[in-house]
Write a protein that binds this ligand. Structure first.
Ligand SMILES: Nc1ncnc2c1ncn2[C@@H]1O[C@H](COP(=O)(O)OP(=O)(O)O)[C@@H](O)[C@H]1O
Ligand SMILES: [Mg+2]
Length: 231
């Protein structure tokens, strides 16, 4: 069957009333993990494999091309330069951008049968603004829940990597580091531990992948998880 045929079949299925994101024929997957753990690399490999298997795939990264999200990003970046933004404001702006992409992009794509891959999603906020920056987790969770309005990934793959190896990978690229990448190792240790505690709390949704292996070996572990959910 051609990719087009698969897509058409899924599209016609999606015209049935959707009970929830879980009953629609698309799929929502998020990748999480610290800088340098291999998210971009794995997303590229997974997209290729899914497309070869005839799936329509869309990769989104917040603000994901929504006009409102782009304006918010501009605000976040501008404020970064001025160091004038409070962590609370930062959290709410990320949440606002997410609320927009969920309704404008993610839901319609998943409902039309697309396999949507998110390069980071709500767990990044929980871990970076909550665990690492120290904002109260109950507030972070409540804001996150309100922003996504029930649109949780069906599967989240946490690429887990020790801080030193991640640091080496980032430095090996030889490019200039961004603000997040320049944080001290203690910050990344908090990020890593934050992610691991989330995975422990939500073992059904969040699967830990050992990212300390070659891209091909990590990809096979990723594929095993994805194939199990699609079966
Ligand atoms: N499994 C791996 N082993 C060694 N290097 C890797 C691996 N996966 C990715 N890299 C390299 O590490 C760097 C960071 O990877 P990237 O996929 O951009 O991570 P992220 O998107 O999570 O920041 C890149 O230079 C990439 O080529
Ligand atoms: Mg990346």
């Amino acid at each position: 069957m051609s990719a087009g045929a698969v897509y058409r079949r899924r599209t016609s299925l999606s015209s049935l009333p959707a009970v929830s994101a879980y009953s629609s024929p698309g799929f929502l997957l998020s990748f999480e993990g610290s800088e340098g753990c291999g998210k971009s690399t794995q997303i590229r490999l997974l997209k290729e494999r899914l497309e070869n298997a005839g799936r329509k795939v869309e990769v989104l990264r917040e603000p994901g091309g929504t006009e409102i999200g782009e304006s918010i990003r501009h605000l976040l970046q501008h404020a970064k330069e001025g160091h004038s933004m409070t962590p609370e404001t930062e959290l709410l702006l990320f949440a606002a951008s997410r609320a927009q992409i969920v309704r404008e992009k993610i839901r319609p794509l998943v409902e039309s049968g697309v396999f949507v891959i998110l390069d980071r999603f709500l767990d990044s906020t929980t871990v970076y603004q909550g665990h690492a920056r120290g904002l109260p987790l109950d507030a972070v969770n409540a804001i996150n829940r309100f922003a996504i309005g029930g649109t949780l990934p069906q599967l989240t793959l946490l690429l887990d990597l020790d801080v030193q190896t991640a640091w080496q990978r980032i430095h090996a690229t030889g490019r200039e580091l961004d603000r997040m990448e320049s944080q001290p190792p203690e910050f990344f240790e908090k990020v890593r531990q934050g992610y691991l505690s989330l995975a422990k709390a939500e073992p059904e949704r969040i699967q830990i992948i050992d990212a300390n292996a070659t891209p091909e070996v990590v990809h096979e572990a990723v594929w095993k998880q994805v194939a199990a959910r699609l079966a």
